[in-house]
Design a protein. Structure first.
Length: 319
């Protein structure tokens, strides 16, 4: 096995504009092409090669551990996988019902008289919440997303905003007066570090308003099959604590719970696939069927499968 230098949190673009979490660089050489990265995509390890200036990916099989340059073992299972939003932009726009409800709920806390202010939205997707920022009358609205497809769709749905491809976890941009994110921060592997980076985008006295899904979400699935989620849902109190630690003063927070209902667990899972919120190959077909059967049996008395989403909205000031 090649020894590698672990560098977490970066992203590569592969065939079909799919994104993957870049977890390591390797100095190994494969054939006539230099290996420029080892990546994890949907729990499968691939090799990224640079051929004529283009990064391409090739599957080399699954691996549980990589050995770093300093012989430190790197457990692939502990590293986050990028959500599959890049290939789900159109479906997300059509089916993201709960995200639309959360965006409406978050917009209730937007300030008035913002005509002299600039703002940026991180993880804007196709512009579900961006529309409310534009309608609020900000002098400048900058909407960003990691996905090229989401940004392209956002330019069509909310053309009044400036759209940019930006990684919310590594963003480095000029300061704005207000910072927003809707249904994004639950994906953060290290929220304190990311919130500190977000703090740098604001002047002292600038404001952050965001929403995210928190502990209690998808509990109908999690209670039956805890391993379904690739990451633990954060508790609302922990989010507030992290914001304070990152240099914000939390001024108010609130929680909301919404329940979607489906005829069966398969339909509920399809809804998650439609918005790109699940990982491929998380389960093989046999354990997946067994898990879905347990979910259906647990809800047999009501004849449908509920899917709970618990959201937190927080407004904070940069100290």
């Amino acid at each position: 096995m090649s020894k590698v230098v672990c560098i977490a949190g970066l992203f590569l673009e592969g065939s079909g504009a799919r994104r993957a979490c870049l977890i390591a660089f390797s100095r190994a050489s494969f054939g006539s092409c230099d290996c420029v990265g080892v990546v994890k995509l949907d729990l499968e390890v691939l090799v990224a090669k640079k051929e004529s200036g283009t990064v391409r990916m090739r599957a080399i099989g699954r691996m549980d551990t990589l050995v770093t340059k300093n012989n430190i073992k790197c457990d692939l299972g502990q590293l986050p996988v990028a959500p599959r939003f890049d290939e789900k932009a159109e479906a997300y726009w059509r089916t993201a019902r709960i995200q639309r409800e959360v965006a409406v709920w978050l917009s209730e806390w937007l300030e008035r008289d913002v005509g002299a202010l600039s703002c940026m939205e991180l993880g804007a997707g196709p512009g579900v919440f961006t529309r409310y920022l534009v309608d609020a009358g900000f002098r400048t609205v900058i909407a960003t997303d990691l996905s090229d497809e989401m940004v392209a769709l956002g330019r069509r749905t909310v053309p009044e905003s400036q759209w940019k491809v930006v990684d919310a976890w590594t963003v480095d941009a000029p300061r704005v007066d207000r910072l927003y994110s809707s249904s994004l921060l639950q994906w953060a592997g290290n929220p304190v570090e990311i919130l500190r980076r977000w703090r740098l985008l604001l002047p002292e006295g600038g404001r952050l308003l965001c929403s995210l899904f928190v502990e209690g979400s998808m509990r109908e699935f999690v209670s039956v099959c805890p391993e379904l989620c690739a990451f633990p849902w954060m508790a609302a109190a922990k989010v507030v604590e992290d914001m304070e630690q990152a240099g914000f003063r939390v001024e108010r927070s609130d929680e909301m719970e919404r329940v979607e209902r489906y005829p069966c667990s398969v339909d509920a899972l399809r809804s998650l696939h439609a918005i790109g919120a699940v990982r491929n190959r998380r389960f093989g077909p046999v354990p997946l069927r067994a898990m879905l059967k347990r979910v259906d049996e647990a809800n047999a008395d009501i004849g449908q499968v509920p899917l709970t989403w618990r959201s937190l909205r927080v407004e904070a000031m940069a100290r």
